[in-house]
Design a protein. Sequence first.
Length: 160
Amino acid sequence: MSEKTDIILYKGVIGLDLMLRGHHLLCVHGFRGMGYSPEFVKKMSSVVEEIRDDSNDFQIKVVAALDDTCGACPHKGKTTCEANEDSNEHVLSMDHNVIQHLGLSEGTVYKKSFLVQLTAEKVEPNDLDLICKGCSWLPYGVCKEGISELREKYDYQELR
Ligand code: SF4
């Protein structure tokens, strides 16, 4: 773990303000207003605004399950994603991919600032080809752009 990450982790976490599933930790950086319904876009937009607001830090519980944004999605079932017969398994696999890639623990609460910096440090745009394999938004390119911009903001150079 880098010195930058250690410093943020040291601040510790208490409480819970938002529950986000693993793969949404990446989606928030490339979100450009596209989504599954006007209600979902509205909810995602408000979450994204909070995440991108550097003046506002808060607690996020990272899960591999329906989260606060799924609550506004037309595909949300009682306990699973019901977009199609394979969708729940697929989104869960992306959740686990992100949680594993970032070295997080499912069900743990972290500071937003820590999660954003960790994402900038650990995720490169092309990692999404594997982490997000099969996601319908990946071919648009906006998610890789978002990660690239995030890394620039935190001054991480692309590894070549
Ligand atoms: S490709 Fe899909 S899962 Fe990955 S960041 Fe984009 S929208 Fe999220």
